[in-house]
Design a protein around this ligand. Sequence first.
Ligand SMILES: [Zn+2]
Length: 230
Amino acid sequence: MVSNTHYTRLSLEKEKNMYVVLSAGIHGDETSGVFTLLEFLKKEVQKYGNKFTFHVYPCVNPTGFDNNNDTNYNEVNLNRDFVDAKTDEIKLIKKSLVSGPLSYEFAMDFHETGSGEEGNPDNYYLYEACMNVSKRIGNYIIDNVLLYVPVCKWNEIWGEPNSDGVIYYPENCRHEEYKEPTSFDSFLFKNYTSHSFTVELPGRLKLEDKVNAGLETIRTALKIFGNQDL
Ligand SMILES: [Zn+2]
């Protein structure tokens, strides 16, 4: 009896400690991810509180958000500052990560696509970084977000193979800056998680549609990760 009780308590603790990190707004003019995370925190996060603990950075680049710029007030692209961290914003994030859990079940960072010109997709897609191919879930996320937004089906996006809306990393990474952990997602993938998502919401669509697609992306991941642990 004692050992059973003990086992149950440990199981509950384990369930409660599935850590997830969510982030948005590192490019200040890509605002729909910020609103997605605020909406998630206001209306949905409590549904998952018995299983997940969330660490949320809803607006990584507040001055860029205020000025509608991708860079910060010093014109620095914060998503290239994670190796040596010269900006206050990224120094603070790295400091907070050091004082948090050693690893996260998954990380999800929200961005927005551009106009559709010059090889820049105008429909939804995402990057999924996970070494273990059998644990990848990007195709399930795509199936669900298609209810809200169109998905980019190009063969390649920015020179990298696109599998019906998902670019799988690390094997399809063709960009040197992502091989080094200069970006938030690649930094987390190298140091804090074995499963990282970078979501590109379609910039040209209405905010409501983008937020719905963002929320569905989070929900799908939480549903699958939650069940995997049962
Ligand atoms: Zn971006």
